[in-house]
Structure formats: structure tokens, C-alpha cells
Write a protein that binds this ligand. Structure first.
Ligand code: GLU
Length: 444
């Protein structure tokens, strides 16, 4: 049996009931086959793949907090410190009822390669909790965040592990977590990114993931002879990534006609009104059902349906496995030319393969959503240097990083004879840097 298959079987056996983690490992290992085959003897001797798929450390803890009725609630907190070969662990904190160890491991594993692709010195990690922020009061959110950080603060630090936002964790939650870290540890340091601008946050961090997604999409289209201006675009989600993806797509001259949340989706044939979307989601923290009161000509539908609309480009920006094989078939039948992931692993493996087999340009999230964590690394640099860059400076660095990522994954795909396969290109380019650092550091 090949080394890759052996390791995949072991991952499935040793990590039962973690399908998302298996899926992430399978996608990476499958595309690494040519690299692994070329170095098989050395990798086997050094147990390189065994070390790659085993987190350096994983922490699971109790998070007790008191709700507004005076009742004690208990959630589970996680931090998976996956790989620190190229820098301190870096990755967001997801607060969502679906969170379990397998979800955090899949996200942490993806983060290793994503962070490597940014070209910046950050290792891979991820954290979270099954806490559901929906419908909670500000006081309850603070109570949870303080309890979560009371435990987490023992394991993180500006040069050790630097968490950030993800689904359910935005500026408000980062603020409460930062306050609690500073209070307990008595250090004011860049231990979290995505902070408020008044206490070390970076300009353009809020916009970074969505903007970065459009910068890489634009570069990829350009290199394949297409322009983004004039294209019709589908976006799913309505969180931080989706909002700023829509904003940048429109700035670049495209028309975004959809967005969605956990209960339904919007089709706005005139193009999504970003100001309205920001007010609904960022200010009111309300449902998309409200969108119609801003735009009477738009349609609101219950359930899932963004991928049924005819368009040129699809940008899944909601969550994992939200675009399946049937969706991919509909997109292809409707003439889509590109799918670029804003969320982490939003496309199932079968859907990805179908899109690629039908000539759709496909960029995986670990490359196309790397703008968020890249700008987090820029926030870390500003914090270490005790300085701040302008919005334009950060945005320009972000744009260059995304353009470089595209060329790196494109070149890696060509180097191994898989031109245009950006999934393989991203996994190989991300892996090569991590492996060279792991090799240089010996068996640790
Ligand atoms: N949660 C984001 C991601 O999936 C950002 C992580 C960070 O900024 O550390 O990459």
C-alpha cells in the first residue's frame, strides 16, 4: 500500500467520528502523491506524514458561564495547536453549535497550509466552542468570552499562539477575550488579531478575507484571459467574509445577486445593497428576511438555493460542505466559469472534482481565503513594532500577497504536470515550505 493510503487509513482509524477531518486530510494527501512518491524513503524514515497529521497539542476544556436568568451554562472549549514549524500557531476561534473536536482539527489542518501560502511566518492552529452566540445578550456573550479566555490564556501568547475571529467570533468577542487575557496575564500584547482599532487592531483586517478573495479571483481570471468587470456573481453567506467579498466584487465592476444566512437566501437582480446588508448583519444582528424592507424588488426564499441562480462566478462564503455535487451540476449547466472559496472547505470533494472535470476554474479556500489570516499576520507585525499602517498600506500588501499566492499555486501545479489544478497547486506549495522547516528542525 502506498505511504499516502497507509496514513489516510490510520487517520480514519485513529480519529473515529471526525468526517470533516478525514475529508481535509484526504484532499491534501491525495494531491501530495507525486511529491510523496518522489521522496518516499526519506519521508517514511522520518515519519513525516504521521507527524503532519497529528496535532502538536490539542486542548479541550470546560467553559462554565452564567446566563441572564442566573442559570449556569456549560460549553466545551477547544484549541488545536497543529503545527508550529514556520511560526507561532495562528488561526481563528469558531463559536457555533456544530463545533466539535473533528471540526476544529479539520480547520486547524487546513490552516497549516493556508498560513504557509501567505508567505508569512505563521503556524497552523484553530479553536472554538459549541457555544451559540445567536440570541444571546451582550452580557451573556461577555460572560462566555471571559470564561473561555480564563482557561485559554494559559496556552497562548503573542509568540506562542495567536487566535483570531471565525464564524461567531467578531470584533465584540475579540474585545472581551482580549480584556480578560490582559487582566489575568497582566500583559498588553498582540495575543489576538482582529482587535478594535483603539487597542492594536489593524486597518483593513475587517475587510481582508473578502477583499483578498476578490484580489485572487481577479488575478486568476486575468491570467486565464477573463475580466471580472461585468460578470454576474453568486455569493453565499452574509457574515464578515461574504459582506466584504460583495463589496469588493462590486468595486471591481461585477454584479453580485445573492447572499444567504442559516435560514434563507436573497436574490436581488439589481445587485446586493451592501449598505443594507451591513446594517442588517453588523448593526442589528438580524435575519435576511429584513432585506426586502430595504429592497422591495428583491426575492427572499426560505432554505438553500443560491447555487440555482444563473451566473458566471460562484463564491461560497458561508461554511463547510455547503456546495455539493448537485449544486456543482447546476452551476455547470448554468455556465459558471469559476468557483473560488471564501469559506473553509465549502465545496464537497465530489463537487470539486466535478467542477474541475468540467473546466471550471476552482481555487480552494486555503489559497483564496488566506487574505484574512495574512492580514492578521500584518496586525502581529504592527503590534510587535508598536506602530500602525494606513488602510492603503495594508490593503496594498494584502493585494500583493493574494497575487503571489495565485502565482505560487499556479507554478506548483505546473511543476508537477497538473496545470490549472489549483487544489493540487495550493496543497503542494503550502506543504513544501512546512516540510522544509520540519526537516531542518529535526524530529520534534
Ligand atoms: N478564521 C480565519 C481563517 O479561517 C482567520 C484566522 C486568523 O486571522 O488568524 O483563516
Amino acid at each position: 500500500m502506498s505511504y499516502v493510503d497507509e496514513i489516510y487509513d490510520r487517520v480514519v482509524k485513529e480519529n473515529p467520528c471526525e468526517p470533516e477531518f478525514h475529508q481535509a486530510v484526504k484532499e491534501v494527501l491525495d494531491s501530495l502523491r507525486p511529491v510523496v512518491e518522489a521522496n518516499e524513503a526519506q519521508y517514511r524514515r522520518d515519519a513525516l506524514l504521521e507527524r503532519l497529521v497529528n496535532p502538536e497539542r490539542q486542548i479541550k476544556f470546560r467553559v462554565p458561564w452564567i446566563d441572564d436568568n442566573g442559570n449556569v451554562q456549560v460549553n466545551t472549549g477547544y484549541r488545536v495547536q497543529f503545527n508550529s514549524a514556520i511560526g507561532p500557531y495562528k488561526g481563528g476561534i469558531r463559536l457555533h453549535p456544530s463545533v466539535n473536536l473533528g471540526i476544529i482539527k479539520f480547520l486547524g489542518f487546513e490552516q497549516i497550509f493556508k498560513n504557509s501560502l501567505t508567505g508569512l511566518p505563521i503556524g497552523g492552529g484553530k479553536g472554538g466552542s459549541d457555544f451559540d452566540p445567536k440570541g444571546k445578550s451582550d452580557r451573556e456573550i461577555m460572560s462566555f468570552c471571559q470564561s473561555f479566555m480564563t482557561e485559554l490564556c494559559k496556552y497562548i501568547g503573542a509568540d506562542t499562539d495567536v487566535p483570531a475571529g471565525d464564524i461567531g467570533t467578531g470584533a465584540r468577542e475579540i474585545g472581551y477575550m482580549f480584556g480578560q487575557y490582559k487582566r489575568i496575564r497582566n500583559v498588553f500584547e498582540g495575543v489576538l488579531t482582529g482587535k478594535g482599532l483603539a487597542f492594536g487592531g489593524s486597518l483593513a483586517r475587517t475587510e481582508a478575507t473578502g477583499y483578498g478573495l476578490l484580489y485572487i479571483t481577479e488575478e486568476m481570471l486575468k491570467c486565464n484571459g477573463h475580466a471580472i468587470a461585468g460578470k454576474t456573481v453568486l455569493v453565499s453567506g452574509s457574515g464578515n467574509v461574504a459582506i466584504y467579498a460583495i463589496e469588493k466584487a462590486q468595486q471591481l465592476g461585477a454584479k453580485v445577486v445573492t447572499c444567504s444566512d442559516s435560514t434563507g437566501w436573497v436574490y436581488d437582480p439589481e445587485g446586493i445593497d451592501v449598505a443594507a446588508l451591513k446594517e442588517i448583519k453588523e448593526v442589528k444582528r438580524a435575519r435576511l428576511t429584513e432585506y426586502k424592507s430595504y429592497r422591495p424588488n428583491a426575492e427572499y426564499h426560505e432554505g438553500k438555493g443560491v447555487w440555482t441562480v444563473k451566473a458566471d462566478i460562484a463564491l461560497p462564503c458561508a461554511t463547510q460542505n455547503e456546495l455539493n455535487l448537485d449544486d456543482a451540476k447546476t452551476l455547470v449547466a448554468n455556465g459558471v466559469i469559476a468557483v473560488c472559496e471564501g469559506a473553509n472547505m465549502p465545496t464537497t470533494m465530489e463537487a470539486t472534482e466535478y467542477l474541475q472535470a468540467n473546466g471550471v476554474y476552482f481555487i480552494p479556500g486555503k489559497a483564496s481565503n488566506a487574505g484574512g489570516v495574512a492580514t492578521s499576520a500584518l496586525e502581529m507585525s504592527q503590534n510587535s513594532g508598536r506602530m500602525g499602517w494606513s488602510f492603503e498600506q495594508v490593503d496594498e500588501k494584502l493585494r500583493n500577497i493574494m497575487i503571489n499566492i495565485f502565482h505560487n499555486i499556479d507554478n506548483a501545479s505546473k511543476k508537477y504536470g497538473m496545470e490549472g489544478n489549483y487544489v493540487a497547486g495550493a496543497n503542494i506549495a503550502g506543504f513544501e515550505k512546512v516540510v522544509s522547516a520540519m526537516n531542518a528542525q529535526g524530529i520534534v
